[in-house]
Each structure stands twice: as structure tokens, then as C-alpha cells.
Design a protein around this ligand. Structure first.
Ligand SMILES: NC(=O)c1ccc[n+]([C@@H]2O[C@H](COP(=O)([O-])OP(=O)(O)OC[C@H]3O[C@@H](n4cnc5c(N)ncnc54)[C@H](OP(=O)(O)O)[C@@H]3O)[C@@H](O)[C@H]2O)c1
Length: 214
């Protein structure tokens, strides 16, 4: 698949690198440093390259939106026409100092994004884990017990694309339902962040849902 990365920071840089290593064609875009983009593409090797958000979006089978909430409009505007595109978003609607959600309860960042790019197909995924765990999960992908990763969206085909990308990283995709379920997954991330960054065990943290009974 061709994957465009809109926001090549902690999340976008790592996920793009992993997908390139998994065999996808990746275009990294949107940082303040062109050198950083080029280094990411070089280090990811294989079919990775750097480009503008518009180049990342062009011909992409899937886009990862991984920018601070305050940068969403800017990167979308730079990306151009996203009609029909699958947008996987890990971006959380955080306030300027990242201490709280600016959208919650009655809507979610993912739903607001879908309203801004009405012709795109938005899936919410990857926002519930810290970036620090991603390479570890990828390294352990051949182990039997994979960590879970919840995702949600309203379009079946796009959700299949997202589930494949989740599997490629090494997670077990858990379909949480329609996009409005992001109202629950986004605040759940604040719990994961609390455990990851304020807990004793360090930020390389993922989660796993288990079912019991027959
Ligand atoms: N980090 C996590 O563990 C984590 C986990 C779950 C969800 N999230 C969410 O995922 C999203 C991305 O988080 P992140 O930690 O990956 O953020 P980040 O490391 O700050 O990456 C954001 C990217 O946007 C770029 N950017 C910011 N302002 C820009 C501007 N004015 N012009 C061009 N590029 C600009 C940054 O460029 P520079 O490289 O130049 O800074 C960076 O490449 C956020 O919405 C966050 O809430 C993050």
C-alpha cells in the first residue's frame, strides 16, 4: 500500500518507519525540518521518501494524521483534496499545553475531523498507545499474545485497511464500532498516558483485552 504520513513526529515518524519495514510505500511529510524528513526516509529505507503533505496525499491508499490538534487545519489545507481518502487519525483533541481534551462527551476529535473532511473516510486508531511502545510491539509481532489496539469508524472498507495496518505493527485489532466510539477511546488514552508517563514501569506500555467464559 501507499501510505502518506501527515505529521512525522513521535507517532508519524515511528509508524511510518514500521510500515516501510513491513513493505509499504511510505511518504513522510509535515515537520518544521526538511532534514528530519529526509533522515526519517533514509533510516526507514526500502520504499520510504519525504515530500509535502500534498505529495503524501497524492495516490495514497491510506493517510495517517499525526499532528497536534492545533495543527490539523493547517496540515489538511496543505494536503489538498482528500475526497475518497482513508484517513487514519491518532490525533487527540488536546488543548495547547496537552493537559486536557478540548472535545469530549458529546463529540470527539475523530468526529470533528470527519466533519472537516466530509468526503474522506476517517478511522480512529493508534491514538490509545504511547509512541514509545510501537517499536517494541513491532519487534514482538511474531509472538502468540499480541497487545490489543482499539479502532473505530463508519466505513467498512476503510476499517479493513486500518485493521491491516494495525496488524502490520504487531497489534491485535479490536473493532470498537462506529466513529462516535472515539468519544470513549480518546479519554481512555489519558488513562494510558497516566500509566505510561506517571507510573513506575515506563512508557513502553500497551494493553490487552481478554474474554473469559465459554
Ligand atoms: N506521542 C504519543 O505518544 C501520542 C500517543 C497517542 C496519540 N498522540 C497524538 O498524536 C498526535 C501526534 O503526536 P506526536 O507526539 O507524534 O506529535 P509530535 O511529535 O509533536 O509530531 C507532530 C508533527 O507535526 C509537526 N509540526 C508541528 N507544527 C508544525 C508546523 N507549524 N509546520 C510543520 N510541521 C509542524 C512536527 O514537526 P517537528 O518535527 O518539526 O516538531 C511533527 O513532525 C497528537 O495529536 C497527539 O495527541 C500522541
Amino acid at each position: 500500500m501507499r501510505i502518506g504520513i501527515l505529521g512525522s513526529g513521535l507517532m508519524g515518524g515511528k509508524l511510518g518507519t514500521i510500515w516501510a519495514r513491513a513493505g509499504h510505500e511510505v511518504v513522510f511529510s509535515y515537520t518544521r525540518s526538511e532534514q528530519k524528513l529526509q533522515k526519517l526516509a533514509r533510516d526507514a529505507k526500502r520504499k520510504a521518501r519525504s515530500g509535502t503533505p500534498r505529495e503524501a496525499a497524492q495516490d495514497a491508499d491510506a493517510l495517517l494524521l499525526a499532528v497536534h490538534w492545533s495543527r490539523v487545519d493547517d496540515v489538511l489545507q496543505q494536503a489538498g483534496d482528500l475526497s475518497g481518502k482513508v484517513i487514519v487519525t491518532c490525533s487527540l483533541p488536546m488543548n495547547a499545553d496537552d493537559t486536557g481534551l478540548v472535545i469530549a462527551h458529546t463529540s470527539s476529535g475523530a468526529e470533528e475531523l470527519a466533519k472537516r473532511v466530509r468526503k474522506a473516510r476517517v478511522v480512529s486508531a493508534f491514538g490509545t498507545v504511547p509512541s514509545e511502545v510501537l517499536f517494541g510491539v513491532f519487534a514482538a509481532r511474531r509472538k502468540a499474545r499480541r497487545p490489543s489496539l482499539v479502532y473505530c469508524g463508519d466505513d467498512t472498507r476503510s476499517k479493513k485497511v486500518a485493521a491491516g495496518l494495525i496488524r502490520d505493527v504487531g497489534f491485535d485489532p479490536v473493532d470498537a464500532g462506529p466513529l462516535r466510539i472515539a468519544r470513549y477511546t480518546e479519554p481512555f488514552t489519558l488513562l494510558v498516558a497516566q500509566l505510561a508517563y506517571e507510573g513506575d514501569g515506563g512508557p513502553e506500555l500497551a494493553y490487552r483485552f481478554e474474554r473469559f467464559g465459554t
